[in-house]
Write a protein that binds this ligand. Sequence first.
Ligand code: IMP
Length: 427
Amino acid sequence: MPATSVFGAQWGDEGKGKLIDLLAKDADMVVRYQGGANAGHTVVVGTQKYVLHLIPSGILNPGKVNVIGNGVAVDPLKFLEEVDGLHARGIAVDGRNLRLSSQAHVIFEHHRRIDGLSERWRGDGRIGTTGRGIGPSYADKAARTGLRIVDLLDPDHCRVRLRAALAEKNALIERVHGETPLDLEAQVERYVALGAKLAPFVGDTGREVREAYKAGKRILFEGAQGAMLDIDAGTYPYVTSSNTGANGISAGALVPPRWINHVVGIVKAYCTRVGEGPFPSELKDAIGDRIRKQGNEYGSTTGRPRRCGWFDAVAVRYALEISGADELIVTNLDVLSGFDEICAAEAYELNGRRMLDWPAELASIEGVRPVFARHKGWSEDITAVRRFDDLPQAARDYIAWLERTCRAKVAMISVGPERDQIIDCRR
Ligand code: IMP
């Protein structure tokens, strides 16, 4: 704080939801700046489990302002569904604690349809998207044919813009993909009606965030997905369509980059990935299955089984470097309890050559082999541990190795899904 970036330093699902909820205690404002409802940020409070897709994970902390910035792709249906879901569970959500950027781009039903149809078209080359319309909406943003939240607020303007946009998309759905087009007028009326429901939340959030900063408020920027899914830095084309690390904040929240004075990367003690694409330390064997079972590694947005593997220090070093991270938070350390040996990729090998750095120059990194460092495991249940010194020696050694090899200080270690299952190493 005052302006902290917390982002995923792997391929997503690092446990950001729990950590943002926890860190939000010491913040005034929590800001999402990219992605959309493809995210699934899980927060457990007592016996209650909340999965947030679009709304920032600070929403469960009373008195905090939660902002969906201009860089987020917003599906109005998902937004209102999430607001209603929180209301139904007694969480107060209104235009004071939840702000929505008028400049954020809208995800329409045609984006979701085209997301699925494009994946079908790609066949074996599919990306494995979440099907939430993310890519098609960001594509329209870049093509300058998208509509923004502000466009939904003026019914006449919305009708004109959406009719024009949808006419083209319907041609694509019908003539390229051979599917039934959407009912143009029904869609237009539906989104005009949704616009009216969004209105109480909408504002110039860029200005609101900048004013909060200038007034000395503490701001937490919540990354979604992970650095290795970043559209520029990640394993393109197997990526999402936004800048997921600290590098996305300035454009996605409209704040000066030099305001971000603290950058924290979140990593699991091992590694997972959903969807297609390279994953050098993946385990397609019984150990991978065991990690999936012990870690309950199934997607919180799509329910898909996650691909599991050992920690990959090459990818994490790269992710931390791009965002300038000075601290690491390690999650799910408890999931590794019971393994006799824990491995972690410290380098890659390609054609007999050892590489310590992420091989961005390779068109595909499918061919690299991980070089594993081997660590002694521990058998103790560590879910009740709250002090670093109370961890088994082997777990402390593993964390010390992570710090050395990733060249970043471990600030916290999460040992279970609950808010209090955390070891604060800064004390
Ligand atoms: P999209 O973001 O739905 O377009 O999906 C592109 C890729 O990013 C796919 O491999 C997805 O599985 C992955 N992805 C998107 N959102 C998340 C997330 O929140 N966690 C993990 N993977 C994600």
